[in-house]
Write a protein that binds this ligand. Structure first.
Ligand SMILES: [Zn+2]
Length: 295
C-alpha cells in the first residue's frame, strides 16, 4: 500500500515537472536554412536559434503557421532572404519586429541573372558577406559577448574561404571542360558565375515548381549524348525521378551516367539537421562531386 502511494506521488511529481517545462522562445529566427546556419555557427549555445521552414521542407512554396508567426514576433532578430523567395514575409513585417532582409544588405554581383539573384547564397563570397552582416546584428542584440561572436564568425569565414580557394585552384588546374548538366531548377546561378562553371539546368526557371517539359528533357538527353557526359547533377532533397529517366534512356545507347548531387543549400534533411550539417559541409561535398566529374 505504501509502495503504491509512493508510485502515485512520483507520477504526480513527474507530470508537474513536465507541464512546467515550457519551451524557451527563440532569440534568433531565420526564415530558412542558409541564414539559420550562419546564426547557429556564430551564436553557438549563447542564443537560441530556430528556423521557420523546417528541415526537409521546400522553401519556394511555404506558408507559415500561426505558431511560426508567434515565434517571429517574440524573437529578438528575424532574418529572411528576400520578398521574392520568402513571399509570405511581406504581410508579416511590422515595426515591432527587428528584422534583416538579406537581399537588401548583400552585394549581388550577378543581378542580371534572376535565378542567381534570388539564390544569392549559392555564391560562396556572398555567403561570406552574410556572415559579417549577421555577426554585426547579433552583436547589437548581445554586445557583452561581442568577442565570442566575432571569433566564431571569423573561424567560420576562414573555413568557408579555405574551401573556396580549394575549388578555385582545382578549377584553374583542371583541363576538363567546365560544364555541368543539372537536372533541377535554375538555382545555382551565383555558384556558376563565381566559379565560371557553365551550369545547364533542366528547368530554365528559378523555382522547382516550373513544369519540366518533355522538350527540355529531350534536350538534356541529346546534350549528354553528344558531349559524352558521364555525370548528371541533381538537386538536394528531391527524388531524382527525371534524372533516373534520363539515365535509363542513355543506358539504351550504352552510355553510363552517374548521378551526383549539386547542393543549392536551400535546405537540409531532418537527419542532416540533427547531425548539424553546415553550409561548409555542403560546399565540401559540392567540391568533391565537381572534382569527380571534372577529372
Ligand atoms: Zn530555388
Amino acid at each position: 500500500m505504501k509502495k503504491n502511494l509512493y508510485t502515485i506521488l512520483f507520477i504526480i511529481l513527474i507530470s508537474l515537472t513536465l507541464t512546467s517545462c515550457k519551451k524557451k522562445d527563440a532569440d534568433l529566427v531565420a526564415s530558412f536554412y542558409p541564414h539559420y546556419d550562419i546564426l547557429k555557427n556564430i551564436s553557438k549555445d549563447k542564443l537560441k536559434v530556430d528556423l521557420v521552414v523546417p528541415f526537409g521542407c521546400e522553401v519556394h512554396d511555404f506558408t507559415p503557421t500561426p505558431k511560426d508567426i508567434e515565434m517571429i514576433n517574440k524573437s529578438k532578430l528575424f532574418v529572411y532572404a528576400s520578398d521574392k523567395i520568402d513571399v509570405w514575409v511581406k504581410d508579416l513585417i511590422n515595426t515591432n519586429i527587428n528584422y534583416v532582409n538579406l537581399s537588401n544588405e548583400v552585394t549581388i554581383e550577378f543581378s542580371d541573372d534572376i535565378g542567381a539573384s534570388i539564390h544569392f547564397w549559392t555564391d560562396t563570397l556572398v555567403f561570406v558577406d552574410m556572415i559579417d552582416i549577421l555577426k554585426d546584428e547579433i552583436i547589437k542584440i548581445d554586445p557583452e559577448n561581442a568577442d565570442f561572436y566575432t571569433e566564431n564568425a571569423n573561424n567560420y569565414k576562414t573555413e568557408i574561404l579555405a574551401l573556396h580557394d580549394e575549388l578555385v585552384s582545382f578549377l584553374n588546374e583542371t583541363t576538363h571542360e567546365k560544364v555541368i548538366y543539372f537536372a533541377g531548377h535554375d538555382a545555382l546561378g551565383g555558384f556558376s558565375h563565381r566559379y565560371n562553371i557553365e551550369i545547364n539546368s533542366l528547368i530554365e526557371h528559378f523555382s522547382p515548381e516550373a513544369e519540366q517539359t518533355i522538350r527540355q528533357i529531350e534536350n538534356i538527353i541529346s546534350a549528354l549524348r553528344e558531349t559524352n557526359t558521364e555525370y548528371l547533377f541533381i538537386e538536394e532533397l528531391t527524388t531524382p525521378r527525371v534524372a533516373e529517366t534520363i539515365r535509363r534512356e542513355l543506358q539504351k545507347d550504352n552510355l553510363d551516367v552517374t548521378l551526383l548531387e549539386l547542393h543549392g543549400y536551400h535546405n537540409i534533411s531532418l537527419n542532416e539537421g540533427k547531425r548539424g550539417v553546415t553550409y561548409a559541409d555542403l560546399l565540401r561535398q559540392n567540391i568533391k562531386h565537381i572534382k569527380q566529374a571534372f577529372n
